[in-house]
Write a protein that binds this ligand. Sequence first.
Ligand code: ZN
Length: 427
Amino acid sequence: MVETARLAACVRAERDRAETLFETMRSLSFDGIGITRPAYSAAESRVHEALAHEARALGLEVTRDFAANTYMTRRGRDPLRPAILIGSHLDSVRQGGNFDGAAGVVGGLIALAALDAAGVRPDCDLTVMGVRAEESAWFNVSYIGSRAALGRLPAEALTARRVDTGRDLASHLAEAGGEPGRIAAGEAFLDPTRIRAFLELHIEQGPLLESEQIPVGIVTGIPGNFRHPDVRVRGEWGHVGLLRDWRRDALLAASEFALALDRLWSERQRPGREMAATIGRFGTDPALHALTKVPGEVAFSLDVRSCVADDLAELEGEVARLARDIAARRGVTFEFGPRTGVPPGPMDPEILGGFERCAVALGIRTRRLGSPASHDAAAFAAAGIPVGMLFTRNANGSHNPAEAMRMDDLLDATAILAGWIAEQAGR
Ligand SMILES: [Zn+2]
C-alpha cells in the first residue's frame, strides 16, 4: 500500500491544476456578478467539455450517458471489480459561486492525477462523474442527472418546465445531447451492483467548520423530508365581537401548531441527529380576511427534514398528533393535502470510519456533521450504493458569488479521499 504522506504530497502538487480548472470554469460561466450555469444550458455543457478536455490530457477515458452526465475513468487492473465513483454537480444557481458542486469534480480529477503520480494502480475502475442538473432551482426537481443515470428519475419529471425558459426538461436535455426517451423508459446507465462506493466532496453550505476553524467535515447523513405544500386549517369566519368560547379561530390554531412544532424541534434536536421544521408560507386569504373578522381559514406550507429515517417517521406521527390535539381543543380541522417526501441518504459507516482513519494519519483535523442540504450522494444511497461524503470549510455560505473555499482545504479533503481510495483499491 502506498504511503499516505507521499500520496498527500502528490495531491498538494496538484494545486496549480485545481486553480486553473476553477479559473477556466469561472471564465466560461461568469454572469457579470457571479456564476450562472443553469441545468442543461450551454454554460453547463461548456464546463463539462472543459473538464473532459483536462481528463483526456490526464489519460482518462471520457464517456457520456443519455442524461448528458460526464464520466472520466482510469481503468483498473481488474475490469470485473465494481468501480469507485467520485462525483458532484456542475450546474449552479443563478448568480451562484464557483465552488458549490464543481469542487467535488475538480477534487475527483486531482485525486486521480495524484494517485497516478504516486504510482497507485487501482484494482478497480476509478471514475469521476460530472453530474448534470442537481440544483432544483431550475426545474423544481431534485437530483435529475444522478437519478436519470441510475434509471430512477420518474418519467413525469421530463415534463417539468425550466423556471426561466418555460421549456420542458425533455427539450433542454435533448439540446444538451441527452436522450429523454431512454430516461422515460426507465433505462439505467449505472448498475448499482457494479459500483463499490460513491464519494462526494462538497463545500459546506453552513458556517460550522468555518466557525470552529476545522478544514474538513465528515458527513454523517443527508436529510430526507416530508413536505405538505398546502396545509389548510379550517375553522369558522366570525364577527370580531364574538365571545372567546364561541370562536373557531383558524389563525390561532395554525399559530399554536407552528409554535408547538418549534418546541418539538428544540426538544428533539440532538448532535448528529439534526432535523429542521419550516413553515415557509403562512397566511389568511387576502380576499376574505379583514380587521373585523375572526379568521376562518389559514393556509401554510410545511417542510420537515431529518437525517435519520426513524426520527423522520416519528416526527411525522408527532406532527399528526399535534394537529389532532389542537383541532379538538379549538374546534377546527387540519387538512394536510398532498404529501411529497424523500428518504434520508445515510452514509456508509465503514467509509466514514475510513475517512477518519486517513485524516488522522495525515494530521488533518475533521469533525462529523450532518448535511442540512440535499446532495447527489443521496440519490446513490437511495439506490443501495455505499456512500461517503466530505465537506470543505467555506466562508460566506453558498449559492452566492462570495463563496470562499480555501485551496488548502480542498487539497486536504482530496488527500483524505485519495488516501481512502488507495487503502481500498491500491493493493
Ligand atoms: Zn451543491
